[in-house]
Design a protein around this ligand. Structure first.
Ligand code: SF4
Length: 362
């Protein structure tokens, strides 16, 4: 038995599932992370869990929460002379204002390159000294330290033509915003393993202390998720909310201090726009003064501006757990992975794409 298959062993999963069924205590839980969304569907857990375990998908797909105004900003950057855009592939098909995307802009002549890591964008900047290379920085606390490290590499190398659009988002302020919404009916959270590896399990203590909402930091294998659900059931049953760490093999209570220090050196928190949710105070990362020269918005004179939302798309309600993707009137009819209307159908971590891929009708 290897390390991974051990966490997928049906012989161990069966009694855990039985325990969840026998407890009888329902849980209306939200998983915050897109990787959990996919894991729950891919492993078949979605169909095995009893009906009183209600699974809501959350705002944890970085592509999905990138605001229309941010999409408009990177599309504007892509249209400028002397600019080469460097991006992770997930963003290529996200529809922007007017229906255009980076992919269509590329077909029309914009210089857009898909990269697999931020240092790949540095390489492009070295190879094209007369152009400005703009890396699109979307992602959560998982991605931001790597981008901060790349900015510091650019500084050490004296590279002046490397810029970043800092559209990073921070998870704890988003959870605070969700729980502050009186229409939210989430009883408990399964918290993202990757983000937690950076910020640590204790970063979420406010969920239990202020909002009396139990939460479990969990890994991404079926047994991790089942164990997290049992812990949530127990906390709800006893009326003793806490933030527990099921993923101790990866996540430390205090997180990764080095990654936190890198982020804090290059960025400071700022208000950020989230698709479908709006502006959340302190939920974004802006360049600190000493690193401002790497800020693509400033270098290219771009500002976030209000743009009309994508017509008919209900990504906002999906991200807030208020609407199952398959209840969106456009799901599967007009909106498909081949022809996405919104980013939740584009990203591999998007809930609409997951519902489509695993053919979920209910
Ligand atoms: S199905 Fe398509 S249009 Fe509807 S919410 Fe999802 S991405 Fe948006």
């Amino acid at each position: 038995m290897d390390f991974f298959s051990g966490f997928r062993d049906p012989a161990i999963a069966r009694p855990l599932l039985e325990k969840i069924r026998a407890a009888g205590r329902g849980v209306r839980f939200m998983e915050v992370c897109g990787t959990h969304t996919v894991a729950i569907f891919q492993s078949g857990l979605h169909s095995l869990l009893p009906e009183n375990i209600v699974h809501l998908t959350g705002p944890g797909c970085p592509v999905c929460v990138t605001h229309d105004a941010e999409v408009a900003a990177y599309m504007e950057a892509a249209g400028k002379d002397g600019v080469i855009m460097a991006t992770f592939g997930d963003l290529m098909k996200v529809p922007g204002p007017g229906g255009g995307s980076l992919k269509s802009a590329q077909a029309d002549g914009a210089r857009v390159k898909v990269v697999y890591s931020p240092p790949d964008a540095l390489k492009i900047a070295h190879e094209n000294p007369n152009d400005t290379v703009v890396f699109i920085g979307v992602g959560f606390e998982t991605t931001a330290p790597g981008i901060a490290a790349t900015v510091k590499m650019a500084e050490a190398q004296g590279l002046s033509n490397f810029k970043v659009l800092s559209f990073h988002k921070l998870v704890p302020p988003a959870l605070r915003a969700l729980l502050s919404d009186p229409e939210m009916a989430v009883e408990a959270f399964i918290l993202p393993g990757h983000v937690s590896a950076v910020i640590g399990a204790r970063a979420y203590d406010f969920l239990a202390e202020e909002f009396k909402t139990p939460a479990v930091v969990a890994g991404f294998e079926p047994l991790d998720i089942l164990q997290a659900l049992i812990l949530l059931q127990e906390m709800l049953e006893k009326g003793e909310p806490a933030v527990l760490n099921q993923y101790t093999r990866v996540v430390a209570d205090e997180g990764n201090r080095k990654a936190q220090a890198l982020m804090a050196d290059v960025f400071e928190t700022c208000d950020a726009r989230w698709r479908g949710i709006g502006v959340i105070p302190g939920s974004g990362l802006a360049f600190r003064g000493e690193y401002e020269r790497f800020d693509a918005m400033k270098a290219l004179g771009i500002e976030l501006r209000d743009v009309p939302p994508l017509p008919g798309c209900r990504c906002g309600d999906v991200l807030k757990g208020k609407l199952p993707p398959n209840k969106c009137p456009l799901f599967k009819k007009v909106c498909t992975p081949a022809k996405p209307v919104g980013p939740c159908m584009v990203s591999t971590e998007g809930s609409c794409a997951a519902y489509f891929k695993y053919n979920l009708e209910s």
